[in-house]
Design a binder for this molecule. Structure first.
Ligand SMILES: Nc1nc2c(c(=O)[nH]1)N[C@H]1C(S)=C(S)[C@@H](COP(=O)(O)O)O[C@H]1N2
Ligand SMILES: [Mo]
Length: 495
């Protein structure tokens, strides 16, 4: 699969050299070493990438110095000549990419000697099947997702844009800056992990869902750019930590509809930009918004993939705003200028394409629309109606903005008859209902249906504002494949 289908554009261009390109062949160190002079061609490696730079050598701004690296790795040179660490240079280099360096060669060459950013990735549960290895992205197997109201931490989907940073709890500090509003201009404050834990502890049940959850269904209508997520890029957990509104109030921050709260993570791209996102100050200051600086997930310390030691939980908002490995909070008069706030995670009309798209014209996704998915049976699974002629269907449903799920409807006959599922959900007030609902439905099959070889089960959820999922993806298609919340339609075979 070409890299540009798997990763976000700009983010990917910074990551290419540390990502395996599935569309290109693999070379050994020997192969590379043979290409060390103009007659043989000049190859170099950078991170995991193998590049043929024969034609570029005469134009290298640093002149002949580049020949020191001919047939070998440029990593150690670039560590010294930092002018290479720009988006432009990384993009230029990627244009010369011809392959990937063999994994064992990388270990010797890059990861051990030079300390690759990937050398310290956490161990993951083998049930998490990666959609991409570097950065690590994996969804929860669907059949397991619907089994636990609180998704087990080690099975919770992982969406990383960059290598997982290594953070020592004792060294951890959260920086707080107020750049705008009534409290602007005060000196930067910092909070240690111990200081955060000393603040009143608040817990909230919240589902986190990637903006690209169920993208793989939308892409069938027409290809979209992004990781090909099934319906498992979501999980539900109890998050505990200090309330962001308490921290901001202690700094004298006053309500102001024009301000934003910006978050930065400790995960840096090769040009030293952190992962970042922002939310409106009104959400951050609202005690009913339940925004938490979380150090616990389901009563355990956060694990590294999910943001150890601190991540912000923005209940009801798209996954991308829940910044992990949080190192800095800024109150400002503008949104985060990060790629993920400005040029990604936005919705567009189905007629907007890559030639006409203007990311400045669309609002960054915050609250997510109502959605649901069938977890069992799995697509094309063989199901056997019980003695009374019913089949049992299970799944999840969720809506953003704290809207409780009101109902989940199922049909096995293309919408001629609908059956209401039983819901399992927390009893918390609507508007503040941030956790998901699991549901179970028993679908009666008619005598005629039971003679068929198979049928399609459809699920649609209705939230407390009576918002309902659209029937099909055609009319909500968008080029990034986000907000993919059409009815979930699952074909099954009958036995
Ligand atoms: N620092 C940081 N925070 C991040 C990300 C990231 O790459 N870096 N990914 C975001 C996205 S797009 C999603 S969907 C969620 C995923 O959270 P999870 O990996 O804990 O499931 O984290 C968000 N927070
Ligand atoms: Mo995401």
């Amino acid at each position: 699969m070409p890299i540009h289908n798997r990763l976000d554009d700009e983010a990917a261009s910074r990551l290419w050299h540390i990502t395996v390109r599935q569309d290109l062949p693999t070379y050994s160190l020997d192969d590379v070493q043979k290409h060390n002079a103009p007659e043989q061609g000049i190859w170099i490696t950078f991170g995991l990438g193998v590049y043929d730079v024969t034609e570029f050598v005469p134009n290298h701004p640093g002149g002949d110095k580049i020949m020191m690296a001919a047939g070998s790795a440029i990593d150690s040179f670039w560590a010294i000549y930092q002018q290479h660490n720009t988006l432009e240079v990384l993009e230029l280099l990627e244009g010369f990419r011809i392959g990937n360096l063999q994994k064992d060669a990388v270990a010797a060459n890059v990861e051990e000697e030079l300390g690759s950013p990937w050398a310290q990735e956490p161990k993951r549960n083998a049930l998490l099947k990666p959609a991409s290895e570097r950065p690590f992205n994996a969804e929860t197997p669907l059949a397991l997702l619907g089994e636990h109201f609180y998704t087990p931490n080690e099975l919770f989907y992982v969406r990383n844009h960059l290598p997982v940073p290594v953070i020592q709890a004792e060294q951890y500090e959260l920086e707080l800056d107020v750049e705008a509003g009534a409290a602007a201009g005060q000196p930067t404050r910092t909070l240690t992990l111990a200081e955060l834990k000393a603040l009143p502890k608040h817990s909230v049940t919240a589902a986190i869902m990637c903006g690209g959850n169920r993208r793989s269904e939308m892409t069938r209508v027409k290809p979209v750019k992004g990781l090909s997520w099934g319906p498992g890029a979501v999980g539900n957990a109890k998050w505990s930590g200090a309330r962001l509104c308490d921290v901001l109030q202690a700094m004298g921050v006053q309500p102001n509809e024009d301000l934003h709260v910006l978050f930065e993570g400790a995960d840096l791209d090769p040009t030293s930009h952190p992962y970042g996102a922002s939310i409106p100050l009104s959400k951050a200051l609202d005690p009913r918004g339940d925004v938490v600086l979380a150090y616990e997930m389901n009563e355990e310390p956060l694990n590294r993939d999910h943001g150890y030691p601190i991540r912000v939980i923005v209940p009801g908002s798209v996954g991308a705003r829940n910044v992990k490995w949080l190192t800095r909070i800024i109150v400002a008069d503008h949104e985060s200028d990060s790629h993920w706030q400005q040029n990604d995670y936005k919705g567009f009309s189905p007629s907007t394409d890559w030639d006409t798209v203007d990311f400045k014209k669309a609002q960054a996704i915050q609250a997510m629309p109502v959605t649901s998915a069938i977890c069992t049976p799995l697509p094309n699974e063989r199901v056997k109606p019980d003695a009374e002629g019913f089949i049992t269907v299970r799944g999840y449903a969720w809506s953003g903005g704290g809207r409780r799920i009101e109902r989940v409807d199922l049909t096995s006959d293309g919408g001629k008859s609908w059956h209401v599922a039983q819901l399992e959900q927390e009893t918390v007030p609507d508007g503040r209902h941030y956790g998901w609902s699991l549901w179970t439905a028993r679908l009666p099959l008619s005598a005629e249906q039971r003679k068929q070889e198979g049928l399609e089960i459809w699920a649609k959820a209705v939230d407390s504002a009576y918002n309902v999922q659209p029937e099909a993806f055609e009319h909500i298609w968008n080029l990034r494949g986000v907000l993919a919340n059409a009815y979930h339609k699952v074909p099954v075979k009958l036995s």
